[in-house]
Design a protein around this ligand. Sequence first.
Ligand code: BTN
Length: 257
Amino acid sequence: MTDLPAGLLQQSFLAGGEFHYELNSTSTRALEVGAGDIPLPYLIWAEQQAAGRGRGHNIWWAGPGALTFTILLSPQSLGIAPAQWPGLSLCVGTAICQFLQRMQIPDVRLKWPNDVYLSSRKVCGVLIESVACRPDRLAIGIGINVNNSLLNAPPEIQQRATSLVDVLSTTHSLVPFLTGLLQELDSVLTLFGRAPKEFPPLWRDLCWLTGRQVRMTDVRGSVTGTVLGIADDGALRVRLPEGESRFVSGTVEPLSA
Ligand code: BTN
């Protein structure tokens, strides 16, 4: 473990953090250190993860050049009430989309509930977890395929995922990239605390799933339908044969490209 690169603390909303050349998972580490007394917001950044985790039992695999980090923070200190927490993954996804759009990267969209898509493939995943014994804290894990090409990945991964270098044919220096992304996260999360009503129109504009045929799976089982968009409270609206249904959690699999 070493200090964060110079400048990252000064130029962001972070109060502390640590850098690892290799770690099992920045989110697992965040859940451990987040139980203790640490300055918040706190960043855990790893150049490489040996056991990156996704939602549910998924693994997050990313080769060298990916950006993988977790931020520990107290949503209340940013003005975000517990009732707003279900909208946080969309909110974090919105910040990532806006940051990429500011870099003039085209065709960036939000895939409900916690992915960012680039050219209709997953480029980023978000994992938000609560910290045991510290109900006021959340660990926001973010993995972005930046300089890690997926061109040699198995075909089924290439069909679903991509990276910035594969789409743009250009690499990015990760320290300024992460600094800019942290600044965007700070301003978007603060706005979410102050003016949550500004978000539903942003989600609607960014929603990649709208109009697509999908298979939705949640605790009630699996159904297929057409996505109508994201509701004001962050739920996914899906038209089923029997009428409109709302999903607040679950997995969504597009049935068309
Ligand atoms: C998903 O797509 O299901 C979420 C993927 C989240 C991956 C990131 S990488 C940094 C952080 N550490 C982890 O182990 N997972 C998250």
